[in-house]
Design a protein around this ligand. Structure first.
Ligand code: HAM
Length: 579
């Protein structure tokens, strides 16, 4: 029997997640930099919201009945959390109601900010006096807080000249360790309060999408107060527990944007919808995506939608049993979702269902007509798809998707996941999240899918082009020339030429150096004893096979001339343009 320990199983990236490696990451960066530059031309600024949020945000924003919220979210209970607000309210309720003459929150005292500064009449050393209290609410007694409050009291005494200033640290009884904390410590009272001041826990979710987070941030930071239209874009990972397949991951990236604001800022205008769609068309064209299609629909106002859902329910009732199980469930919970079912056997029945276009009120109808007219004026082609309702509950009026066919010359490489991006209007979302009225429209591009499409559409030539990433490979001959090789690379990398340069190792045989160089660079520069004494370097250009000796003074110019890589960090632009 072998005494060898079993090799432990190698750890792998979690199912549905993946590593992005160079050189592919160069393509990701390029796509993102084109997105940034296009969005800037349309007046968008970047927003970065947290990757996890309170679960309620998605339950209320995206909708409890959606697939995303009901099945696909990564949610957990966070640890107990100290709730300062409840402790403060309890203290005010118990002690401070009548006793105090007035109080102010968050007052600056020296270098510290005090939670509450309150005044009351009291007896101090036998005299009726006005006492000022500096009150802090903390989860537990810590020396740091005691010292900080003591310093604040002293600062207050010195700066106001008042004698009767007390510091009070209010802590929940449950959390405290020492029983002696009630004593006066350094002139600070420590007051313990019984009661439950901890939330049991908070439910947290990895964001499955970014629109709800952006609208939460809009509300939280009162962005509407400026009266201006907010144009915000984001680039970042999202998380959905879907069945992984090509183009569908559990951690995936979105490049998205939202336009929202008070009605007075023009946020409801159909012009905004058309502008966003035209921007997307320009972005996809600038990237060189071939064969994209824009599908467009209107799901009407919240009232239209409600009315239509009722009609849909009635229409579904007698035929429901003929649909697949998934659609039977949807018919009950979220009938709109039946419309975007891909179940082949159900298509004829679904096509015969009432169309939402026939149930829009006049204003929704006009809004949609104006979006279409503005797109026509900009020459952006689209197809109206009455079944496009989208899988998130917040949509009102315009909804859209850009798709790329799964086969043919302009294939997406996505298999069945042919939706490159999706979006629409969400005029009531801010109010659903407890905010002011702030109609908006936005989209999110599946960045993984965009990259897969670019790769599927790229020609073999450009793939070769991409592989010639470096201008030069410096090959030292003999380990004693390593230092000189590194110094030469340093000069070429950071001097005027600013080349991308790779350095080999003096222990490699010349043949190996050539092999390695030909894989990563367009030229190889030999650094041997002869070269270093004569200052004439042997340079070979792989594409042409040219080999010659070049004096060091001419070296950079020669490499630039020979290199098939433009000396331009925007190299990928040429790559895309050549598509
Ligand atoms: P969505 O349609 O759920 O919309 O997602 C937008 C895009 O994200 C999809 O078209 C797809 O390209 C990509 N995507 C979604 N799930 C996955 C996945 N599991 N793997 C790879 N890519 C995926 C939204 O997220 C809305 N927030 C869009 C929006 C913004 N509406 C208004 N503003």
């Amino acid at each position: 029997m072998s005494t060898q320990p079993k090799p432990s199983a190698t750890l792998k990236a979690v199912r549905g997640t993946r590593d992005l490696l160079p050189p592919e990451t160069a393509l990701w960066n390029r796509v993102e930099s084109i997105a940034r530059s296009v969005f800037a031309r349309y007046g968008f600024g970047e927003i970065r919201t947290p990757i996890f949020e309170d679960t309620q945000l998605f339950a209320r924003g995206v909708g409890e009945e959606t697939d995303i919220v009901s099945k696909e979210m990564y949610t957990w209970d966070d640890r107990d959390r100290f709730d300062e607000r409840r402790l403060r309210e309890r203290w005010l309720e118990m002690y401070a109601r009548d006793e105090y003459i007035g109080s102010r929150s968050n007052v600056k005292a020296g270098s510290a900010e005090i939670d509450l500064v309150a005044e009351r009449r009291g007896v101090f050393e036998g005299q009726d006096v006005l006492i000022t209290e500096l009150v802090e609410f903390k989860p537990e007694v810590r020396q740091f807080d005691v010292d900080r409050l003591t310093a604040a009291v002293n600062h207050f005494k010195a700066s106001t000249g008042k004698e009767h200033i007390l510091g009070k640290l209010v802590v929940p009884e449950k959390r405290n360790t020492a029983s002696s904390v009630k004593e006066l410590q350094h002139g600070i009272f420590i007051e313990q309060l019984t009661g439950e001041f901890f939330l049991q826990s908070q439910r947290i979710t990895l964001r499955p999408e970014n629109t709800a987070g952006v609208v939460r941030a809009y509300i939280e930071h009162n962005l509407g107060d400026s009266g201006q239209l907010q144009k915000l874009f984001y680039i970042g990972p999202q998380f959905r527990r879907e069945r992984p397949q090509r183009g569908r991951y559990r951690q995936f990236w979105q490049i998205g944007a939202e336009v929202l604001g008070p009605v007075s800022s023009g946020s409801e205008s159909p012009l905004r919808d058309a502008e966003v769609l035209e921007m997307l068309a320009s972005f996809l064209d600038e990237l060189g995506i071939k064969g994209w299609r824009l599908e467009l629909n209107s799901v009407g106002s919240a009232e239209d939608r409600k009315r239509y859902v009722d009609i849909l329910r009635q229409a579904l009732a007698p035929i429901k049993h003929q649909l697949c199980l998934d659609n039977q469930r949807r018919a009950d919970t979220n009938p709109l979702r039946v419309l975007d079912s891909k179940e082949a056997a159900d298509q004829a029945l679904i096509d015969a269902l009432p169309k939402i276009a026939d149930y829009l009120d006049e204003s929704s109808r006009q809004h949609f007509a104006q979006v279409c007219a503005a797109l026509d004026a900009c020459g952006v082609a689209y197809t109206v798809n009455p079944r496009l309702v989208r899988g998130l509950d917040y949509y009102t009026r315009t909804t859209f998707e850009f798709t790329v066919p799964s086969s043919g010359d302009a294939a997406s490489g996505l298999g069945t996941q042919n939706a490159l991006l999706g979006g629409g209007r969400y005029d009531g979302l801010s109010e659903m999240l407890g905010g002011p009225k702030a109609p908006g429209i936005g989209f999110a591009i599946g960045e993984d899918r965009l990259i897969l499409t670019l790769q599927a559409q790229a020609s073999a030539d450009s793939a070769k082009y991409v592989s010639y990433l470096m201008h030069a490979y410096i090959a030292p001959i003999g380990a004693h020339n390593n230092a000189a090789a590194l110094a030469l690379a340093q000069e070429l990398r950071n001097g005027e030429s600013r080349f991308r340069v790779e350095v080999g190792d003096g222990s490699f045989r010349l043949k190996k150096s050539f092999e390695m160089a030909s894989k990563v660079a367009s030229t190889i520069v030999i650094v041997g004893d002869d070269e270093l004494t004569s200052n004439n370097f042997t340079v070979k250009t792989f594409l042409t096979g040219n080999q010659t000796k070049i004096n060091k003074t001419e070296l950079a110019a020669y490499i630039r001339n020979q290199s098939s890589v433009p000396n331009d960090p925007e190299w990928a632009q040429d790559f895309f343009k050549s598509q």
